[in-house]
Design a protein. Structure first.
Ligand SMILES: Nc1nc2c(ncn2[C@@H]2O[C@H](COP(=O)(O)OP(=O)(O)OP(=O)(O)O)[C@@H](O)[C@H]2O)c(=O)[nH]1
Ligand SMILES: Nc1nc2c(ncn2[C@@H]2O[C@H](COP(=O)(O)OP(=O)(O)O)[C@@H](O)[C@H]2O)c(=O)[nH]1
Ligand SMILES: [Mg+2]
Ligand SMILES: [Mg+2]
Lengths: 341, 464
């Protein structure tokens, strides 16, 4: 029965994809109704549909009590927000409930969302047309997080604004990392500076900064090899890349983007902390939010290192990059997939 | 950020002192800490809830056993339950009785499938098999090239048909190819995909139908959070997987996803992958006990308790306890007994690894050294009974005699005397808190009747 329903849905997806805008040219910014809408529709096309878990919980007439609080806690923990941040949030919510004298569950939603938004801070999108030139972006993160893909998407976005983009192949370690990046650059229409396998990453990056200066590039994006924060020599290598950039061009890197896999759990917190010590992070990109994971850990990451979330990845195509919008993120946090409604 | 569970349990157990039984009310704080440790290790919320329920049921009404403090008792219950949940021992990968063994690797994007494929190829080759790597990822840019490079590195042939042929066809053709060339293992590297992508999940079912794999293994990043169960459930429902490989274990993620997946799918974890470098040794068998300890943030706690219990006789323990309580200090006879016990516990380096709190011992560079044990033993055996009982008797001429008699040096005797002194000093300081005794070079010796202190996460191997 269920299988049939799924199949039917599959067909309707195929029909929908024929004429819908998802294959359209790269879009930039938080546009077209925001990514949550896009997420909703793209999910609806697969197996699941989104509904808010909160709307079920926070119905008019229900009392605000400990049981309700625990159910909310459960949602937060299941979204990878983490115990500590969840407890902190719930303390704030309790305080607000008390201060405002709230009693009905239906009044809780706005309080809860406001508290999370408060932790996430203001939306600070990445400028599409940077003030500096060349504007240098260093991209880092653990293995398989989505750095190279995000760079491809980002390059495409700058290109669509008419910017001249150079990308540096700073991952000289992983097999075929350069080739992967080369394909993305081709798709995006960006120039690639490569040093060859086993080249010293810092020297590739150094050359790339010079190339960017001499060729009048508007944007330089630097890819780095994925590395676990526990590996001291590799973290030192990263710090060196940061220093080399600064030496080659004053003020560089202007943006240090930490890429976090949206499916990651509590380990992301210590990752962010250690990466931030190697090169101070200015922004975070969360990837793979087209899955069922919520990426709630970025709330804790924001609290820990202070750097705002700036971008999100919602797929593997060139245009699957969005500006982070905290309100959408919070809505998605409480969204759930129902197989059938 | 993570305090170890054990550290946090210490405080909650205070109220258990002097009570004869574990009850719902006196263990509730402790269970809350356990729950928190689980959630911080990324064990799924629901799995955690079930688990705490089970521990509670088991712990309730238990006598507080004479030989174990309440926290050790709970640690033991948790350890046993965890181990049971994760399977008692590693389940090996199956080899097809006839025809080529086909291993199909599946998982989310960036999980580590391609890396595992190469490591597996190397492992097969070391075992005398002839693997064929199959490039069935036609989506990720340069995925085929990545596998080809890894194939060169491991001297394993790579089968590919470019990116324009469907993965189902590629997989099918690869088995024919393996048969034609007498290759007896086929390792299919598939593209990463989301578990909710119906179309791509359908493709995997197609591959499965086409090649009838001996093993379908789900590759999971050890850093995965709460969503791990959704992922595993979906892959398992669609493909009926045979097992799981946990990757990036060279990091410090607790890996609670492992527990969750095991609980939800009941499929064994077959390997852990450690490091980006392609080495056969970097694909390790999975040890459930080690994983439990890692999730809890302890050393191999459970093993330690058991080992300690095995080697200490009740009498020895009681005698030791008596000496400590009388503030008498240990002599060389005790020292010798301990040396022998250490010996009985197995190879020294393994043992030191088991000590959860070794990194917080006041002595640095705790290097296990078998030869040290040997000379210490020889020296003590060359002492007279009086000298063993009263080390203050040891003047220069006696030391010379002992050194000669045991083939050691006066320096070594001095070291030994110092070790005993330090050990006693520490014991005095710690009697209330009962620190495990130790000599600086001998390694710590766990004591079964005392509370273990300050555990630490095991250091993972570093490699790249
Ligand atoms: N579904 C989905 N997949 C993504 C997203 N971003 C990246 N990926 C996939 O995740 C995998 C890893 O992405 P990469 O961009 O190679 O990640 P990386 O951090 O450069 O990896 P390394 O360089 O190997 O450390 C690839 O298969 C990507 O296609 C996303 O937003 N959604
Ligand atoms: N540190 C570490 N990195 C790993 C491990 N396994 C894979 N990786 C890295 O994780 C990233 C994704 O791995 P890959 O094998 O391409 O994953 P796939 O997308 O599932 O095929 C690459 O950068 C690998 O080098 C591991 O055990 N430890
Ligand atoms: Mg990369
Ligand atoms: Mg791959």
């Amino acid at each position: 029965m269920l299988k049939n329903l799924l199949k039917r849905r599959d067909k309707s997806r195929a029909a929908a994809e024929g004429g819908d805008s998802s294959q359209a040219a790269p879009e930039s910014g938080a546009q077209q109704g925001g990514w949550f809408q896009r997420l909703k529709s793209s999910l609806a096309k697969t197996r699941k549909q989104l509904f808010s878990r909160l709307s079920g919980l926070l119905q008019i007439g229900r009392k605000i009590d400990e049981e309700l609080m625990e159910e909310i806690e459960e949602i937060l923990i299941q979204s990878d927000v983490g115990v500590e941040t969840t407890l902190r949030l719930m303390d704030n919510v309790r305080a607000a409930v008390k201060a405002k004298g709230l009693g009905d569950a239906s009044e809780l939603e706005s309080v809860l969302k406001a508290e999370i938004l408060n932790l996430l801070g203001e939306d600070t999108p990445l400028a599409c047309v940077p003030a500096e030139s060349p504007y240098t972006i260093l991209v880092l993160g653990v293995n398989g997080a989505g750095k190279t893909t995000t760079i491809g998407k980002l390059a495409s976005r700058f290109r669509s604004e008419g910017q001249h983009v150079i990308v540096a192949a700073g991952d000289t370690f992983r097999a075929a990392a350069e080739d992967q990046l080369a394909i993305w650059c081709e798709r995006a229409g960006a120039e690639l500076i490569r040093g060859g396998e086993q080249a010293e990453p810092a020297s590739v990056v150094f050359d790339a900064v010079h190339a960017a200066q001499h060729r009048d590039a508007d944007v330089l994006i630097v890819d780095t090899a994925g590395r676990l924060h526990t590996k001291k020599p590799l973290m030192d290598e990263l710090a060196k890349i940061g220093r080399v950039m600064g030496r080659a061009h004053e003020g560089a890197p202007h943006e240090v983007l930490l890429v976090i896999d949206g499916t990651v759990g509590q380990n992301a917190l210590i990752q962010a902390k250690v990466f931030n010590e190697a090169v101070p992070i200015t922004g975070v990109a969360v990837t793979k939010l087209d899955g069922t994971a919520k990426g709630g850990i970025v709330i804790a990451v924001k609290a820990e290192i202070g750097a705002p979330v700036k971008l999100i990845g919602i797929g593997e195509r060139l245009d699957d990059l969005r500006d982070f919008a905290a309100a959408d993120f919070v809505a998605a946090l409480f969204a759930s997939e129902g197989t059938e409604t | 950020m993570f305090e170890s569970l054990n550290e946090r349990l210490q405080s909650t157990f205070k109220k258990l002192r002097g009570q004869g039984k574990l009850t719902e009310s006196n263990i509730s704080d402790s269970l809350r800490e356990v729950r928190r440790a689980f959630l911080e290790a990324d064990v799924n919320y629901k799995v955690t809830r079930d688990f705490i329920e089970r521990i509670k049921t088991r712990a309730l009404g238990q006598e507080v056993m004479g030989s174990l403090t309440p926290e050790l008792q709970i640690a033991r219950i948790i350890g046993e339950e965890l181990t049971q949940l994760m399977g008692a021992e590693a389940e090996k990968i199956r080899i097809a009785p006839s025809g080529p063994t086909v291993v199909m690797l599946v998982g989310l994007q960036g999980a580590g499938k391609t890396t595992v494929a190469a490591k597996l190829a190397l492992k097969f080759r070391k075992e005398g098999r002839t693997p064929l790597l199959v490039a069935a990822d036609v989506y990720r840019p340069a995925a085929i090239r990545q596998l080809q490079i890894l194939g060169e590195q491991t001297e394993t042939p790579v089968f590919s048909m470019g990116t324009d042929v469907s993965p189902v066809k590629i997989a099918k053709a690869s088995v024919t190819e393996a048969l034609a060339h007498g290759q007896n293992c086929v390792i299919v590297d598939t593209a990463g995909r989301l578990h909710i992508n119906e179309e791509l999940m359908g493709e995997l079912r197609g591959i499965k139908d086409a090649v009838n794999p001996t093993e379908i293994l789900l590759v999971v990043d050890a850093m995965t959070g709460q969503d791990a169960v959704n992922v595993a459930e979906n892959f398992n429902n669609d493909l009926d997987i045979d097992g799981v490989i946990l990757t990036k274990m060279d990091g410090d993620a607790r890996g609670g996803a492992a527990l969750s997946i095991r609980h939800i799918t009941d499929k064994p974890i077959k390997f852990i992958s450690i490091g980006e470098k392609i080495e056969a040794a970097a694909l390790e068998e999975f040890y459930p006990e080690r994983m439990s300890s890692r999730i809890l943030g302890q050393g191999d706690f459970q093993t330690l308790i058991e080992k300690a219990e095995d080697v200490f006789s009740e009498d020895q323990a009681r005698e030791l306890e008596r000496k400590l309580s009388e503030n008498k200090g240990l002599d060389f006879n005790d020292f010798l007994t301990q040396l022998e016990q250490i010996r009985n516990m197995g190879p020294l380096d393994q043992l030191v690894d088991l000590i959860p709190f070794k990194n917080q011992l006041p002595v640095k560079n705790l290097k296990p050294d078998e030869s040290h044990l040997n000379y210490a033993k020889a020296a003590i055996q060359s002492m007279t009974p009086e000298e063993r009982r009263d080390p203050t008797l040891l003047d220069r001429s006696r030391k010379l005699r002992i050194a000669k008699g045991s083939g050691t040096t006066v320096n070594q005797i001095n070291t030994l005397v110092n070790q005993l002194r330090m050990m006693n000093r520490m014991l005095n300081q710690q009697t209330a808190m009962a620190m495990p005794q130790m000599g600086p070079k001998l390694g710590a010796l766990p004591r079964p009747k005392r509370k273990a202190k300050k555990p630490r996460r095991r250091k993972r191997r570093k490699s790249r």
